[in-house]
Design a protein around this ligand. Structure first.
Ligand code: NAP
Length: 484
């Protein structure tokens, strides 16, 4: 297979928060990989911006350290690192003050693509937007990339959208959700809309239910204070999992372009039913052995924030009415595993009799680890002894099917940053989409706050609270195993 890397045009990319964790761990290593793949043109330039006093030489040294720390050893080609570092500049700037803005304005080149990545605390998004205009850094063709979280409820998201809209039009705003940049997530669209096989069956008539699992083994240590104000619902469901639901449930867009795709996603969010309280299970991990429990890690002994959530959702439209979507996500679970499973209905009548067992087709889309797609197909168990049926997987683990090419595929951040440079908003969230997601989330969170209800406890290394099993057992279904 021949890899197709299409170089982008020259650009100036300014990373506000260029010394922060996200810039060092994801953004700059991602840009380096694109540089090494030949996608970044020789005229591209990256400017790190933060308040710390630092020369460009010192900044390059810092980023060299980050590349060596966060890239695979095989990617660390010293010659390539040296030339990549040559594309970096540093400007000392205060997002809330006046320092550094005129230096930045002088540094930016006219008539080439200009992008500003807001990799700073959300409270700085507004001040940055305002100063970019005031100091004439932003032209009508520039783009801004806004990190998550985009608000913490509908009101704050609306306020942020309004602030950004004072200075930029919607076509310039790239709200990032890195889940949309994942290879498998895009493959979900390719599988649905590039094949004739699935789409006719992709509806309530043929799909029994859908399960979405995003399980982590890590706890909140280090991020406890931030996480305690957010919880699994705001941190995972409102954004990442909502995007997955949209891609599974949406109608085929007429074209793979930003408006068509985002219009269809928005319709799904607006069709989501408000869940009943009995369809939601919240959990909080306890301590185990040496490990601290959630409340200790969050530094809040009375915390009622959920580190786990499981829900049953309904989508009120012609395609999905009657097919439940079950989702669960949590920290300190048995394994790190994210997958979507589309569980098809039983065949209407078994010609093989009771002994053949009950078999179902399940399409599994694995996001991590081992990205890939698997379809469970029922066949005859080989050998004598009559017609006994077994399920075998038709497996398309990308690493096996695509060989080394799969390893070279851009990761989510690198792909999305290159989309920003290309000016393609398809895989970014539109303002109305984010607001619709908060409008659905807010009443759920408000009900918990009103009730003061404590989440159920679960042991670290388990699959979550026992009560979550009941969500499916009630209707004779069961969660899939959480496997690494
Ligand atoms: P971080 O490690 O705390 O870095 C913050 C950066 O902002 C630093 O470079 C800091 O440098 C700079 N900064 C702070 N105040 C500033 C000001 N007034 N003016 C200019 N620069 C300022 O944060 P992070 O983890 O990289 O996160 C950045 C953003 O990405 C946040 O919105 C976060 O929610 C989001 N995010 C992060 C991750 C992640 O994995 N880290 C994942 C998803 C989303 P100085 O102190 O030198 O100014």
């Amino acid at each position: 297979m021949v890899s197709r890397v299409i170089p982008v045009d020259d650009f100036d990319l300014v990373i506000f928060g260029g010394t922060g964790d996200l810039a060092r761990r994801k953004i700059l290593p991602g840009l380096f990989r694109r540089f090494r793949a030949g996608q970044m043109p020789p005229g591209a330039r990256i400017v790190g911006a933060a308040r710390s006093e630092m020369t460009t030489a010192a900044y390059r040294k810092t980023i060299e350290g980050a590349l060596k720390e966060f890239l695979d050893e095989a990617d660390c080609d010293p010659k390539a690192i040296k030339s990549f570092l040559g594309t970096l500049d540093y400007v000392r700037i205060d997002a809330t003050g006046t320092a550094g803005w005129s230096e930045l304005a002088k540094l930016l080149r006219p008539d080439i693509i200009r992008a500003f990545y807001f990799s700073v605390a959300p409270s700085l998004f507004g001040p940055l937007a305002e100063r970019l205009h005031k100091h004439r850094c932003a032209g009508s063709a520039c783009r801004i990339v806004v990190e998550k979280p985009f608000g913490r409820d509908l009101e704050t998201a609306q306020a942020l959208n309004a602030t950004l809209a004072e200075h930029f039009n919607e076509g310039q705003i790239y709200r990032i959700d890195h889940y949309l940049g994942k290879e498998t997530v895009q493959n979900l669209m390719a599988v649905r809309f590039g094949n004739m096989l699935f789409e006719p069956l992709w509806n309530a008539q043929h799909v029994d239910h859908v399960q979405i699992t995003v399980a982590e083994t890590v706890g909140v240590n280090g991020r406890g204070e931030y996480y305690d104000k957010s919880g699994a619902m705001r941190d995972m469901v409102q954004n990442h999992i909502m995007q997955l639901i949209c891609l599974i449930a949406m109608e085929p867009p007429s074209r793979f372009d930003p408006s068509s795709v985002r219009d269809e996603k928005l319709k799904v969010i607006r069709a989501l039913d408000p869940p009943e309280a009995s369809d939601i299970v919240r959990g909080q991990y306890t301590g185990g052995g040496e490990a601290a429990g959630y409340r200790e890690e969050a530094g809040n002994p009375g915390s009622t924030t959920e580190s786990y959530i499981a829900m049953k959702l309904g989508i009120s439209n012609w395609r999905w009415a009657g097919t439940p979507f079950y989702l669960r996500t949590g920290k300190r679970l048995r394994a790190r595993a994210s997958e979507i499973a589309v569980v098809f209905k039983d065949a209407p009548h078994s010609i093989f009799g009771q002994d053949a067992g009950r078999h179902r087709n399940i399409l599994t889309i694995r996001l991590q680890p081992n990205e890939g797609i698997q379809l469970g197909v029922t066949i005859k168990e080989p050998g004598p002894g009559g017609m006994r049926l077994i399920d075998v997987p038709l497996d398309m683990t990308f690493a096996d099917a695509l060989g080394p090419e799969a390893d070279d595929a851009p990761d989510a951040y690198e792909r999305l940053i290159m989309d920003v440079i290309r000016g393609d908003q398809t895989l970014f969230m539109r303002g109305d989409e984010v607001e619709a997601a908060w409008a659905w989330t807010d009443p759920i969170v408000e009900a918990w706050t009103r009730s003061g209800e404590r989440p159920h406890e679960y042991e670290p290394g388990s699959t979550g609270p026992e009560e979550a099993q009941m969500l499916l057992h009630r209707s004779g279904r069961r969660w899939r195993e959480i496997r690494p």
